[in-house]
Ligand binder design. Structure first.
Ligand code: DAH
Length: 359
């Protein structure tokens, strides 16, 4: 056997004997590494007489390729063996019960806001926002509630420290200031709702110092009371899911609307229980009216050119009525048992936005 053949069979045996990648790498270095035995021989080719050099060079290069191939093949085999071993050892027992994952729930207030938003989005309304800390001007004056107006007392306002100009900012007592803010920024036609936090210094089973309202505003040419009624009747029926829900518009007063109407829905009260949509009793659920021309003027509109209607509803109240939640304070207790009972799973929340009423 020539030297090269011995070398070849030595290496082949070593390659086959390599039990892991590390051992295989050691063989590779021994054969093909910079100081490997084949590399060394290649370096010495120069010392051979020219007539032998070519043949020896070819033979060495062939050997080099063969060894490289054998190493690659062995690496592949080792890889496959390792994978099979892993698969055999790491069997998954699919009969084991899965680990319990804590399930999250959407708060009924979030749910109610989503429902209101979905209904009005279907009618082409967009969502607007405004600051929680308001100026006296936007919260009251621009809405036709001048200083000394009795309506200011009814709002139980939280006042903040006066600014440099001596003006006391307020925590907004309603979402109505966003009407003015948006009218000043946008041109009619306008169709928006404003779900958001509001604040009043009041605390009992039906009042919380922080609560939520949803304002609505429609402004355009020739908007009249018929639009207001149609829109709010549709809303009440969609929200409570009662197609023939009786809806009543009762004359009322708000400084920022003229005329104003409180909206009542039909219900029955018996044995301490409340049933919505049946019976001969009424339940007040929101305030509304045609936007007072003074408010339009405060926003830079000409009341001869554009008119509009507005409405405002308490979100907690709507949620309590729809989901039978008896005490408003429980909304903010962060009690997981309560949330598990009254909350909603996320899949149901997502389904709301596939379009209400459309199959
Ligand atoms: N801002 C009123 C409140 O907090 C609710 C309201 C009533 C808003 C009538 C309106 C409206 O836009 O037209 O009690």
């Amino acid at each position: 056997m020539s030297d090269l053949e011995t070398l070849k069979s030595d290496f082949e045996a070593a390659i086959q004997a390599a039990a892991d990648n590390e051992a295989l790498e050691a063989v590779r270095l021994d054969a093909l590494g910079k100081k490997g035995r084949i590399s060394e021989q290649l370096k010495q080719l120069g010392q051979l007489p020219p007539e032998d050099r070519k043949q020896a060079g070819q033979a060495l290069n062939i050997l080099k390729d063969q060894i490289a191939e054998a190493i690659a093949a062995r690496a592949k085999t080792l890889g496959a063996e390792a994978m099979n071993k892993k698969l055999a050892e790491e069997q998954i027992d699919i009969s084991l019960p899965i680990a319990q994952q804590a399930q999250g729930f959407a708060h009924p207030l979030s749910r109610t806001i989503e429902e209101i938003t979905a209904i009005f989005s279907d009618m082409g309304f967009v969502i607007a926002e405004g600051p929680d800390i308001e100026t006296d001007y936007y919260n009251f004056t621009a809405l036709n509630i001048p200083p000394e107006h009795p309506a200011r007392q009814e709002h139980d306002t939280f006042y903040l420290m006066p600014d440099e100009a001596g003006q006391r900012p307020v925590l907004r007592t309603h979402t109505s200031p966003v009407q003015v803010r948006t009218m000043q920024k946008m041109k009619p036609p306008i169709r928006l709702i404003v779900p958001g936090r509001t604040y009043r210094s009041d605390h009992d089973a039906t009042h919380s110092p922080m609560f939520h309202q949803c304002e609505g505003l429609v402004i355009g040419e020739n908007i009249h009371m018929g639009h207001l009624k149609g829109c709010l009747i549709d809303f009440c029926r969609a929200f409570f899911g009662v197609d023939d829900l009786p809806v009543r518009f009762r004359p009322s007063f708000f400084p920022f609307t003229e005329p104003s109407a409180e909206v009542d829905i039909g219900c029955s009260r018996s044995d301490g229980g409340l049933k919505i949509g049946a019976g001969d009793d009424w339940l007040e659920i929101l305030g509304s009216g045609m936007v007072n021309p003074r408010v339009l003027e405060n926003c830079g509109y000409d009341p001869e050119q554009v008119q509009g209607f507005a409405f405002g509803m308490g979100i907690e109240r709507l949620a309590m009525l729809k989901y039978g939640i008896p005490d408003l304070r429980t909304f903010y207790d962060s009690d997981m048992r309560w949330l598990r009972h009254y909350g909603f799973v996320s899949a149901d929340m997502a389904a709301l936005h596939t379009g209400l009423g459309g199959e």
